[in-house]
Design a protein around this ligand. Structure first.
Ligand code: NAD
Length: 357
């Protein structure tokens, strides 16, 4: 099986190196090939997503991605900025399902801004539709307002839309994922106000007929945003559209205290996927050897589980990460008094050692 390794910029190469070390320490061996992406791609060949990098990603069975971006590219025209690489990969590889687990290891309960009893042991999964909704709907733009009370003024507009196929396929991913967990699924919408999300709700309800073993409930986005901080452990799997998912998944990430702990997967219809930490390239700490690589290591575990069918190896990596936390090792972002502060390479090596034991 072939894995495309795309480290990217900033802390990307540092954290991806640790994840690759962990993969190399497994009994199962994988073919891995590395290519530049983001700012590194721009430096190498004048484009954030070089053709050779895209081809490698297309040919591979899965992609392990670090992060892209650096402030020094902020003056480039938008099409050449590092962040375009991730959008290009999502679009070209048709990665429509974004899975973001928010897990709070009991050892890190103190790192959350919420009370430990509210979040300790949290283990939820947000499934966000990634290629539709108001972020991609056409038409969009600015114009002179043609009618109504603001006629003649400048106005801006976007289009919220979902085709039936787009909702059905993400609903299937959500129900099948829920089947592998506690068989509970919450679909988040705004059906009380928006036509698009009444349609969403109707289609999800229809797809539910194929998964009678899963308990489905529907919740409005405003209530879901509130419940997520009030009683987050009541959720298990949440499925929602692109914009609501963007907001809810960031909210959920903060429940766990550190963005350095959160992996993610973006899948196509055949479970081929791109795996990356939920955070960015952290240029402020790049090169200092202090970045937390655990989100990337946990992303590699998700890759083994969802794209490569190696559930047992995925379990081993997750258990090794947990063991390192129990040992009290912490990068600065999750450090608390009474624990041991270590750097990127040390915590990565500790995960490798924990695997061996
Ligand atoms: P960021 O996630 O890179 O950093 C936010 C804060 O979290 C910083 O203080 C950073 O030091 C810290 N942080 C992030 N990851 C960490 C880790 N693993 N360990 C310890 N601390 C960590 O977000 P930002 O500063 O808003 O963006 C920086 C760059 O990353 C920008 O160019 C942005 O466009 C890009 N970005 C890329 C992606 C991606 O590649 N998918 C996602 C988000 C942002």
């Amino acid at each position: 099986m072939k894995i495309a390794i795309l480290p990217g910029d900033g802390i990307g190469p540092e954290i991806v190196t640790q994840a690759v070390n962990v993969l190399n320490a497994l009994d199962e061996k994988f073919e891995m090939e590395t290519a530049p992406v983001g700012g590194a791609g721009y430096e190498a060949s004048g484009h954030p997503l070089p053709d050779a990098t895209l081809k490698l990603a297309q040919d591979a069975d899965a992609i392990l991605f670090g992060a892209v971006g650096d402030w020094k590219y902020d003056t480039l025209e938008r099409a050449l900025r590092p962040e375009q690489a991730i959008l290009g990969l999502r679009k070209n590889l048709k990665l429509f399902a974004n899975l973001r687990p928010a897990i709070l290891y009991p050892e890190l309960a103190g790192a959350s801004t919420l009370k430990p009893e509210v979040v300790s042991g949290l283990d939820i999964l947000i499934i966000r539709e990634l290629t539709g909704d108001i972020y991609f709907g056409q038409p969009r733009g600015m114009r002179e307002c043609p009618d109504g009370p603001f006629k003649g003024e400048r106005e801006a507009f976007d289009t919220m839309r979902y085709a039936e196929t787009e909702i059905r396929r993400i609903a299937h991913v959500a129900f099948q994922t829920a089947q592998k967990r506690s068989k509970r699924l919450t679909s988040v919408d705004k059906a009380n106000v928006l036509e698009t999300f009444q349609f969403w709700k109707d289609i999800v309800t229809d797809v539910h007929k194929e998964y009678p073993d899963v308990a489905l409930d529907h919740m409005y986005i405003d209530n879901a945003a509130m419940q997520l901080v009030r009683a987050p452990k009541k959720f298990d799997v949440i499925v929602t559209g692109n914009m609501f998912g963007d907001i809810l998944s960031d909210e959920a990430s903060m429940l766990t205290g550190s963005i350095g702990m959160l992996p993610s997967a973006s899948l196509d219809a055949n479970n081929k996927g791109l795996y990356e930490p939920s955070h960015g390239s952290a240029p402020d700490i790049a090169g200092k050897g202090v970045a937390n690589p655990l989100a990337t290591i946990l992303s590699a575990a998700m890759m083994l589980r969802y794209s490569l069918g190696k559930t047992e190896q995925a379990d081993r990596i997750e258990a090794a990460v947990k063991k390192v936390l129990v040992q009290g090792l912490r990068t600065p972002d999750i450090y608390e008094a009474g624990t041991t502060k270590v750097g990127t390479a040390e915590i990565g090596q500790a995960v490798v050692s924990a695997l061996a034991n």
